[in-house]
Design a protein around this ligand. Sequence first.
Ligand SMILES: Cc1ncc(COP(=O)(O)O)c(C=O)c1O
Length: 365
Amino acid sequence: MLLSERVMQVRPSGVRKIFDLAAKVKNPINLSIGEPDFDIPVEIKEEGIKWIRAGFNKYTPSGGIPELREKLLHYIKGKGIICDDVIVTAGATGGILLSFLVTLNPGDEVIIPDPYFVLYEYQAILLGGKPVFIDTYPDFKLREEALRKAITKKTKAILINSPNNPTGAVYSKEELEMVVRVAREKDLLILSDDIYDKFVFEEGLRNNYLGQLYDKTLTIGGFSKTWGMTGWRLGFVAGPKEIIQSMVTNQQYVFSSINSIAQKAGLLALDYNTDALIEAYRRKRDLIYEGLKDKYEVEKPKGAYYIFPRVPGDDGDTFVERALEKNLFIIPGSVFSNRKSHVRISFAASEENVLKGVEILRSMV
Ligand SMILES: Cc1ncc(COP(=O)(O)O)c(C=O)c1O
């Protein structure tokens, strides 16, 4: 056997099959995308170019350039989040990987609400941990009973993603307080993936962070969504000193250091307000929700840029193939869940395409 037992546990993402199918369709209405449809603001792009020209093209310190770490710490503490230190990472993806790397012992369990962002499952497995899912259907809320039931002697951490990919759920203050109460009582670590924190469409749900409530929280964030910088691979993790310092040490061996130019541009991005760009997503959220709610069983997304309806016959896999026949590209819910009854539709697209998508989806039921 050429491959390690570790990677043999990782199935190719279910998304692969559907991408292969979609590749055969000419110019589909693409509502499958997981990144903003706006480009990086021009000032931020110019800043990157400036630093390339200035020759800032070498390795940087493994925890990130000091000026960005300092500014990030200020930015994160400004949200009321408790943390001692911050590390710059290769996107939130690199941040989650390092978080697992330095905290999980073999067999340690990580509780993850289902549906979930796919890489949590496989990164946990690759780092020797065991994902344990708690079902949040049908309304995608966090329930104390389900959380407590999932805890065993091996539980090390609870991973929470709000606003959520793929459901668009944003957890209430009460739900976050409940998670913290349980974590405190059981002495668990919390990983809080806050990458969509600027994409919240209900006033009352803004600016609530698990990291405000509990010091054993690793707050994970990044530049991919708020500033449309997905390709620049820039993120961060903030938390207790001991953990962040270990992440810095280990980043040296895993990634060496992070993209130098992106870090310089990131300094400027932190001062650059993209609220107006993000505000356009509220309207797209309304268009898609209003367009689907009388035809589908669907929760109104409160954040991120996804909607996650249940499909007739509870077979999202087949539904997605049918949608492709009608020129619409969406993702089966089974990619993000142990259930296959739903589909993920992204509204990170032009209003025109969102409306065309709605029309096709309405014709399918
Ligand atoms: C919930 C969630 N976390 C993390 C990421 C990865 O972000 P990054 O580009 O910063 O690695 C994504 C990207 O889709 C995401 O949806």
